[in-house]
Design a protein around this ligand. Structure first.
Ligand SMILES: Nc1nc2c(c(=O)[nH]1)N[C@H]1C(S)=C(S)[C@@H](COP(=O)(O)O)O[C@H]1N2
Ligand SMILES: [Mo]
Length: 230
């Protein structure tokens, strides 16, 4: 299998993230996803209810912007596009046009995604990985999975989705490592202003330290919680 430009395969699926050494957030007794923003009314989606919607399996590689790729993961969940069309579009006032979607996790991680990217056929709200419920390391109880975009888009521990009619405030804006707004892996859209090729070697130096920190915060022990064959 070829990987996108500048990516290197890793064994297994490490826990990795801006959460660094923080353990995964506790899963609420009856977890929900709050759906809010430019809708005629906000609503709440229960995570248990997701299991009853039309299910989708997705076999895909997962690419972190720092340069590692986990290969051949099997996700299960609900297509974000199907959810949007059936449950969100009916709540749009005439003339309202959504441009951006914000995905927020229980740990405060946020990803800002163009609607057209969020509606791609390979974007899931996933509750299972490799035939098992998601564990804390990989985003329990549910996470976004958008394998055509770098990993930071795929918010773990998803608890809120906001629908916006224009670019929402972006705390990343003036950051030296400002993430690319589309973050498409095959276009190597790592950085907002610098070319992917240029930032590659710099980002790669972050993999070791962030992996070590993330493993330290893991509930399932170092190595990332992906056990068994594969
Ligand atoms: N809630 C939350 N989601 C997150 C992150 C995070 O720190 N918190 N890190 C992101 C980054 S940078 C990557 S590469 C992937 C890593 O997913 P994994 O830990 O399942 O490998 O999660 C993304 N989603
Ligand atoms: Mo990442």
């Amino acid at each position: 299998m070829t990987l996108p430009p500048g990516q290197r395969g890793v064994d297994g699926f490490p826990r990795f993230g801006t959460h660094l050494q923080h353990p995964p957030p506790p899963v609420p007794a009856d977890p929900v996803i709050e759906m809010s923003g430019a809708l005629t009314e906000d609503f709440t989606l229960s995570v248990a209810g997701l299991a009853k919607l039309p299910r989708q399996e997705l076999r895909a590689d997962f690419h972190c912007v720092a340069g590692w790729s986990a290969t051949d993961l099997l996700w299960e969940g609900v297509k974000f596009g199907a959810l949007y069309r059936t449950q969100v579009e009916p709540l749009l006032a005439p003339g309202t046009s959504i441009s951006h979607v914000v995905f927020e996790g229980l740990d405060g991680h946020r990803s800002i995604v163009l609607l057209e990217d969020a509606l791609a056929d390979d974007v899931l709200i996933a509750d299972r990985l490799d035939g098992r419920p998601l564990d804390g390391d990989h985003g329990a109880p549910v996470r976004l999975v958008s394998p055509s975009q770098y990993g930071f888009v795929s918010t773990k521990h998803l608890c809120r989705v906001e629908f916006h009619t224009s670019q929402p405030p972006d705390p990343d804006r003036w950051s030296p490592i400002a993430a690319h707004r589309r973050a498409r892996v095959w276009q190597e859209e790592r950085h907002r202003r610098l070319s992917g090729r240029v930032v590659r070697p710099v980002y790669r130096t972050l993999i070791g330290p962030i992996r070590a920190l993330s493993a330290r915060g893991s509930r399932t022990g170092p190595g990332g919680g992906r056990t068994g064959p594969g």
